[in-house]
Design a protein around this ligand. Structure first.
Ligand code: ATP
Length: 234
């Protein structure tokens, strides 16, 4: 399969702090790629750089056959990059239905609409009129993924989706990601939960101090105890 998203040579700064050092990655159509690495390794900054929310000072991002240097985040979203941030950004004073409807992106249609998203998230169907703020952490995580799907993304980016969730909800999330994957959704995620990462990913990139220090198929990563102990808190 061809790469749908590639990035290379990304150097990103927050003020004077140099955070990403020649970071690169590749995501192929239908693949699930996971960035792993300790707190502060640069996973979120990589996603923000891809979306141009934190525009890199140098480097290349190619998405859907297009060079994306300098494209504002809303244009990245229109091209089909769907970002689910770590802090979820649910709009508290709006209902579940309204939060979902806000995910619609004009000009982007496809498999996902309110009905198909609710089929995928039966819990959300039962709470359509509840306010976003009244949802539990797990419900908010499902809502934020549902909202991103409403935009019919070509690549779904999930930034540490399991963070702060109970084991039961993590299990549900795993089933959801596996289902999306079976249906052909291309997914780029970051995780500190290595068991989750191993269960859902096809390939893994390990980040350390703003760099990709290892990239390989999930099976090689699973068997590489050296890499796991050197770069991860396992
Ligand atoms: P985490 O799991 O903690 O989210 P991460 O791998 O996603 O980690 P980033 O959030 O990308 O890492 O952070 C990379 C580095 O950039 C860290 O050293 C962090 O302290 C720093 N950093 C993140 N956001 C900012 C910011 N807004 N201003 C300055 N430094 C920042």
């Amino acid at each position: 399969m061809n790469p749908i998203l590639t990035a290379g040579g990304l150097n990103t700064f927050y003020g004077r702090s140099h955070i990403l050092f020649d970071m690169g990655l590749e995501v192929r159509q239908g693949e699930t790629v996971c960035l792993v690495g300790r707190n502060g390794a640069g996973k979120t900054t990589t996603f923000r750089s891809l979306m141009n929310l934190s525009p890199p000072k140098s480097g290349r991002v190619r998405f859907m056959g297009r060079d994306c240097a300098g494209l504002p985040p809303y244009k990245m979203a229109r091209l089909g990059l769907g970002f689910v941030p770590e802090d979820r950004r649910i709009l508290g004073p709006f209902s579940v239905r309204e939060n979902l409807e806000m995910g619609v992106i004009s000009g982007r249609t496809g498999r996902w609409n309110l009905e198909s998203v609710l089929d995928c998230f039966p819990t959300l169907r039962r709470m359509l009129d509840r306010m976003g703020a009244s949802l539990s952490g797990g419900e908010q995580q499902m809502l934020t993924i549902g909202r991103a799907l409403m935009g019919n993304p070509e690549v779904l980016i999930l930034d540490e989706p399991t963070e702060g969730l109970s084991p039961v909800i993590v299990g549900e999330l795993k089933e959801l990601v596996l289902r999306l994957k079976r249906e052909g959704t291309t997914i780029l995620l970051s995780e500190q939960n290595i068991r989750f990462a191993l269960a859902v990913s096809d390939s893994v990139a390990v980040m350390d101090k703003g760099r990709a220090v290892y990239t390989g198929p999930v099976e090689s990563f699973r068997n590489d105890a050296e890499i796991q102990s050197r770069y991860l808190a396992v």
